[in-house]
Design a protein around this ligand. Structure first.
Ligand SMILES: [Zn+2]
Length: 84
């Protein structure tokens, strides 16, 4: 698969998350797990795609939360218990 400059940047960000999650607190372990999942999605070519509506997750959202799996609208619906 041919990688774009953008996905390479996201891959680096995810790798930084993995590297920064080296301490043993529950929060960093959780973030480490999410970062590993994000790396898997980059390799699968689905990184940046909303798991609920299959739409694109905005670059601004990914920059703030690189491990995001839903677009902001679906995330809000998920947090309010209206979407799977
Ligand atoms: Zn969505």
């Amino acid at each position: 698969m041919r990688k774009t400059v953008t996905s390479d940047r996201h891959a680096r960000k995810a790798q930084e998350l993995v590297a920064s999650a080296a301490s043993s607190s529950t929060e960093s372990l959780r973030r480490s797990h999410e970062a590993v999942e994000a790396l898997g999605r980059i390799e699968a070519g689905t990184y940046g795609t909303c798991r609920s509506c299959s739409g694109r997750i905005s670059v601004v959202r990914l920059r703030a939360k690189p491990e995001a799996t839903r677009c902001i609208q679906c995330q809000l619906e998920f947090e309010h218990g209206r979407a799977a």
